[in-house]
Design a protein around this ligand. Structure first.
Ligand SMILES: [Cu+2]
Length: 94
């Protein structure tokens, strides 16, 4: 019984995570370390129901802003965190 519960909990979690975010390609146009913000020119973001545009995002961890710089092509994930559009993951595009 306990095993079944864990299996259910895990699959529910996995499904929710999949529905939440997916990698989006974009380009860094500006970084504001003081305010913990990054401006990205991004393609469509399905989980946020957003078309391509250039916009400002918050970041979950200010350290993320040190891993990329303006002009970098990136792959990132974004979500609504406490009502703010936030980059939850970012890396240079390969
Ligand atoms: Cu946008």
């Amino acid at each position: 019984m306990r095993k079944l519960f864990f299996a259910l909990a895990l699959s529910t979690f996995a499904t929710a995570a999949l529905a939440q975010t997916a990698p989006v390609s974009g380009e860094v146009t500006k970084i504001n370390e003081a305010q913990g913000k990054i401006t990205l020119k991004h393609g469509p973001i399905k989980n946020l129901d957003m078309d391509g545009m250039t916009m400002v995002f918050a970041v979950t961890d200010p350290a993320m802003l040190k891993t990329v710089k303006a002009g970098d092509k990136v792959s990132f994930e974004a979500d609504r965190v406490n009502g703010r559009l936030t980059v939850t993951k970012i890396e240079k595009a390969k």
